[in-house]
Design a protein around this ligand. Structure first.
Ligand SMILES: [Zn+2]
Ligand SMILES: [Zn+2]
Length: 266
């Protein structure tokens, strides 16, 4: 009798969908809904007018102006430098960052800050196409290039708490739009480093020391590759620095940093 009960309990357990299946199914449903909404058109995230792609052309022109940015730090480049063909500000020329270039879609601020917060903390993934549009227009030169896309990972605890990694949600959409390969778990965050904002530059670097590793499973995929590291916002650059160093130490030939928004200098 007991063994029959055990058998039926085991059979029930075997038929029960695993947590991985459920997560995957939830992600598929989210994607499908986002796809339907996009196909049906939607509202501009700024003026709420009906449009395709999440931002209407007048709001796009106003809040995502096509100005030249420094490819070292992602901040606006002086018009005189841009006019003479320079791609880097003086600071980045004197102290070059470890990445080959930064590509930033917009300056962090209204209305992108609200859409990014919804995207990051409230599981509202619909603004993704609006958030990615300015970045994609700056990435037209890499469509189909030999670049591999990696997202800045969350720690295991943070991922469990939030249920998804917003950087990976952005990274996989970018990879799909640009026909590039991507891996969700090529980089692993060993520990949660907390908020960096209250720390001084040296303390930030120390806090992030050893925070990332390239997973052994993807070591060969990273070695010798050109990598595009995706994050939602670039603020101090400490996280991107640490992740870039880890990727370079694992043999990546080049690392580019792609972000939806760059925080303007204080
Ligand atoms: Zn609008
Ligand atoms: Zn710069």
């Amino acid at each position: 009798m007991t063994s029959r009960l055990d058998d039926s309990a085991m059979a029930a357990a075997a038929n029960r969908p695993s947590a991985t299946h459920l997560t995957r199914a939830a992600a598929c449903t989210r994607d499908l809904l986002a796809h339907w909404r996009a196909a049906a058109g939607g509202r501009c995230i700024v003026c709420r007018g009906w449009c395709q792609g999440g931002v209407c052309p007048p709001c796009g022109a106003r809040f995502a102006p096509a100005c030249e940015l420094c490819d070292g730090c992602g901040l606006p480049l002086l018009a005189t430098l841009a006019a003479s063909g320079d791609t880097r500000c003086v600071r980045c020329r004197l102290a070059p960052p470890p990445w080959s270039r930064v590509v930033a879609g917009v300056a962090y601020g209204y209305p992108w800050d609200r859409a990014l917060a919804d995207f990051k903390f409230h599981q509202r993934l619909e603004p993704a196409s609006a958030l990615l549009r300015p970045l994609l227009s700056r990435l037209a030169d890499v469509r189909g290039a030999d670049l591999r896309v990696v997202a800045v990972p969350l720690s295991r605890e943070r991922l469990r708490e939030r249920g998804y990694n917003q950087s990976w949600e952005l990274a996989r959409r970018l990879a799909r739009a640009l026909s590039l390969g991507a891996r969700a778990d090529a980089l692993f965050r060993v520990r949660d480093t907390g908020h960096q904002l209250g720390l001084h530059r040296a303390a930030r670097g120390a806090n992030l020391q050893g925070a990332f590793v390239v997973t052994p499973r993807h070591a060969a995929w990273v070695r010798g590759a050109r990598i595009a590291l995706v994050d939602d916002v670039l603020t101090t650059g400490a996280t991107a620095h640490a992740a870039t160093r880890t990727l370079r130490a694992a043999g990546a030939r080049e690392v580019q940093v792609w972000v939806v928004a760059r925080t303007p200098p204080a």
